[in-house]
Design a protein around this ligand. Structure first.
Ligand code: TYM
Length: 338
């Protein structure tokens, strides 16, 4: 079957991947990669990670670790294009071109910037503010049509659509597609194990708030044992979860790990205690993460092999990017005399 859709997505190399990254995004990538009608491009967004000023050595090893985690999770670097953002210079160039079309008012609405900048907005770096513009460039450099992400990226994708539309309108072309978010599965928003109202996140200072993809069985069991609960038995209907964020989160994770709709997980656990849920949840998490960790460690033992598949990904990404960027240069009136 001919390729009809081009998928692009990315993850920041900021240390360990957690279960939210996997259930919200990477697991869906693997499913999409294995369907003939999709061409899939997965990127380690190292330029985005620089907004947090990581130590150079830590960044370097996190880029390789993230690449290894993609592959351990089932991304096949011969089927999908897997590469590091900074190795294709067009991302930064297109980001600049988009910066010249993006009104500040659009960026001022971005909730993630407000959260990350906090009270000290004047001290926040320009890169953090411009972050969603670079993200739009990532997607549109490949004229991707679909973007599988967790729910927290929805607003950024709306901005990417607005930027694509604004470029097309300004230059009177129909060049960029309006990329569609694919927010799929039972766990589009995995919450912290310590607070069911907060997103599971790499930046939470408590490691007990998240299940890292590289946690061993004992650590997983301990973190789930310590996960926050409430006093009541588990409800028998999904509507009752509204007021019970911890129950909702653990049931959501359980449903996602066992690849079932939330309703089924709720029905199985109705009337039972949190301790019962924690037991089956631990088993489900260990059986997912155990093989992942073994595979991850195997891949990490051979950094030259990681670099080799990243190089292959860069070549394939660069070929698409160069063609699109040349077209954009023509459209915008930049000379291509080199
Ligand atoms: P990042 O690195 O924060 O997260 C990577 C992916 O994981 C998803 N995710 C979650 N899903 C469910 N529950 C959670 N608790 C959770 N936490 C994270 C995110 O939604 C994301 O899909 N800006 C992006 C990276 C990026 C990108 C792009 C994504 C840069 N350019 C272009 C798509 C297309 C980010 O920081 O993701």
């Amino acid at each position: 079957m001919a390729v009809v859709k081009r998928i692009f997505s990315g993850v920041q190399p900021t240390g360990n991947l957690h279960l939210g990254n996997y259930l919200g995004a990477i697991r869906n990538w693997v499913a999409l990669q294995n369907r003939d009608e999709y061409e899939t491009i997965f990127c380690i967004v190292d330029l985005h990670a620089l907004t947090q000023q990581p130590e150079p050595e830590a960044l370097r090893s996190a880029i390789r670790a993230t690449a290894a985690a993609f592959v351990a999770a089932g991304v096949d670097p011969t089927k999908s294009v897997v590469f590091a953002q900074s190795t294709v210079p067009g991302h930064a160039e297109l980001s600049w071109l988009f910066s010249c079309l993006t009104p500040l008012g659009w960026l001022n609405r971005m909730t993630q910037f407000k959260e990350k900048a906090g009270k000290h907005r004047d001290n926040a770096v320009l890169g953090l503010y411009a972050y969603p513009v670079l993200m739009a460039a990532d997607i549109l450099l490949y004229r991707a049509t679909h973007v599988p992400v967790g729910e927290d990226q929805k607003q950024h994708l709306e901005l990417a659509r607005d930027i694509a539309g604004s470029f097309n309108q300004r230059y009177g072309v129909d060049f960029f597609p309006l990329p569609e978010p694919q927010i799929l599965g039972a766990a589009t928003r995995v919450m912290s194990l310590r607070d069911g109202t907060k997103k599971m996140s790499k930046s939470d200072e408590s490691d007990y708030s998240r299940l890292n993809m590289s946690d061993d069985a004992d650590t997983i069991a301990l973190k789930i044992r310590k996960a926050k609960t409430d006093m009541d038995a588990l409800p028998d209907h999904i509507d009752l979860l509204e007021a019970r964020p911890e129950a909702r989160n653990l049931l959501n994770i359980y449903a996602a790990l066992t690849s079932r709709p939330l309703e089924e997980a709720v029905a199985e656990m109705a009337g039972k205690q949190f301790s019962d849920l924690k037991r089956v949840l631990t088993d489900a998490a260990v059986s997912l993460l155990g093989p992942f960790t073994a595979e991850y460690n195997r891949i990490m033992a051979d950094p030259a092999q990681i670099d080799a598949f990243l190089r292959l990904g860069t070549d394939r990404a660069q070929a698409i990017a160069a063609e699109n960027l040349a077209a954009v240069q023509d459209i915008t009136g930049l000379l291509r005399v080199r």
